[in-house]
Ligand binder design. Structure first.
Ligand code: TXA
Ligand code: MG
Length: 372
């Protein structure tokens, strides 16, 4: 295998797979069982690359991940290089069984079993005290480790076949929107990684919720695929990290949350307040006069109000799962259309809206225009 980043020949592996439509455990098990002999041979090939210290992109139900043996420092180092990721931003370890998890933590905090029972496999990452086996490169020097069990049959089978715990950040160049389709990964990481499994679209389209279980009250460090209200059905109380609410004054507890993220080439502005449609139209005129290509990011409900050449809808406002699914792909589409300025509507921060606004605000680098 070629060790030099940027001069690798990437093997592209196509697996025809529809992903998953729900998080039901039996359904996922059956999906794993229905992987064909040919699929399994392809996964064995990829598992062998991972076992020999290589790095490989694969689909999960949230976004594509870039995986390596999470207990092999040299292999993990290759992930940071390929993504151009800052070394103080820790990685999530992906497991396919509870045995694998037990090996990685010092203790299993109260309530973790309940959460696992309800939400694993699925888009929930749990932060716990790290055990001695976990290398510092994974945790960015923290004494905690983030772990999740993905629900995508290909991800689960790959972890199982490799016999490894997989470190896997989103498979994008650092700072870009996370990849929700195989093509996004190829665009960002071709010739930088050993292999890419292309298997269609990720069904959630937004990363996992990161939940800190090391303090007294479970605290959301990154909103994601499982909403706060869903967690509250299982836990008495769930807090939102203060750094997420007021990121200008309080340092977020999750290192990844302090970086600009999910950003297309264009400059993104979020416009909110009562007259947001008129405000967006006025701003659009202003930028167009300056010769800028303006794109609008909105919902079906207001789509017809805009007559710009590029208007993209996230879907209906009352279907936020759909908006989450569309968001990263649309952010990337603006790049393909050479848009300079994106004027985006906001969304109410409830349910999935919390995660969507978190990503939008990051994509906008905190540029929010408050109307009246
Ligand atoms: O859905 C996902 O979680 C995807 C798929 C591939 O599984 N992965 C993903 O990884 O989004 P990444 O590396 O792009 O984001 C991991 C986030 C970062 O914000 C990081 O700072 C945080 O998790 N994180 C990791 N370990 C942590 C820890 N010990 N304490 C606090 N935050 C941690
Ligand atoms: Mg990421």
């Amino acid at each position: 295998m070629n060790e030099e980043i940027g001069a690798k020949k990437t093997t592209i592996i196509n697996i025809n797979h529809s992903g998953i439509n729900n998080m039901d455990k039996l359904y996922i098990e059956n999906k794993i069982k229905s992987l064909s002999k040919e699929d399994l041979e392809k996964l064995q090939y990829v598992a062998d690359i991972l076992k020999s210290g290589g790095i490989v992109a694969f689909p999960t139900e949230t976004v594509y991940g870039l995986g390596a043996n999470g207990l092999d420092e040299k292999a993990v180092e290759k992930i940071f290089k390929a993504k151009g990721r800052p070394s103080d931003n820790p990685l999530i370890l992906h497991v396919a069984s509870l045995n694998q998890m037990q090996d990685l933590v010092l203790e299993i905090p109260q309530n973790v079993e309940k959460l696992i029972d309800r939400f694993w496999p699925g888009p929930l990452t749990l932060v716990m005290k790290k055990g001695p086996k976990v290398p510092d490169i994974i945790t960015g020097g923290l004494d905690t480790v983030a772990i999740r069990m993905p629900a995508h049959p290909i991800a689960l089978k790959l972890i199982e076949m490799s016999g490894l715990v997989l470190a896997a950040p989103s498979a994008n160049i650092s700072g870009k929107p996370s990849p929700t389709r195989g093509e996004h990964v190829v665009r960002d990481l071709d010739n930088k990684v050993d292999a890419i499994i292309m298997a269609g679209e990720c069904n959630i389209g937004l990363e996992s919720t990161v939940l800190d279980m090391t303090g007294g009250i479970p605290t959301i460090l990154r909103p994601g695929g499982i909403s706060k209200s869903e967690l509250e059905k299982v836990l008495d109380r769930v807090d939102l990290d203060k750094g997420l609410i007021d990121s200008t004054n309080i340092k977020p507890k999750s290192p990844g949350m302090k970086y600009t993220h999910y950003a297309p080439e264009a400059t993104v502005y979020i416009v909110r307040g009562k007259n947001f449609v008129d405000n967006i139209k006025n701003l659009s005129k202003k930028y167009e006069k300056k010769g800028k290509n303006v794109g609008i990011l909105c919902f079906d409900d207001t789509y017809n109000n805009y007559d710009n050449p590029v208007v993209k809808s996230l879907g209906a406002r009352n279907k936020l799962e759909e908006a989450a699914f569309n968001l990263f792909n649309i952010l990337r589409e603006f790049d393909d259309l050479n848009v300079d300025i994106v004027l985006s509507e906001a969304v109410e921060e409830v349910g999935m809206g919390q995660a969507i606004m978190n990503r939008l605000i990051k994509a906008a680098g905190n540029r929010i225009i408050e109307g009246e």
